[in-house]
Design a protein around this ligand. Sequence first.
Ligand SMILES: [Zn+2]
Ligand SMILES: [Zn+2]
Length: 107
Amino acid sequence: MGRKASFICQLCGKDAGSIAVIDNDHVRLHGLNDRTEIANSEAFKAIDNSDARALYHLNEEYVSFYCPRCDCFYCNEHWKKRVLFDDGFYDATYGECPAGHERRMDD
Ligand SMILES: [Zn+2]
Ligand SMILES: [Zn+2]
């Protein structure tokens, strides 16, 4: 236990998010959303290495505040977020990083 990767904002040094192993099949996400997700040994290895890029490629929602083009994290305040609705229902959240890169943060 205690396996966790935490990431800080490139601009202000504040907490941007984290991902922690909770049991053999799950991780706990903290960031845009706090929730539990399914994970596998590849994800656990990436957490041990604090490898955000690997986590992003496994599941982009593992690291919702990571910008793959900047290869760094930004906190909640530094992402410009856009929530999309489809027929009145929540569809997805997109974000633009301070350098102007857009990514899907949640879906
Ligand atoms: Zn960026
Ligand atoms: Zn920040």
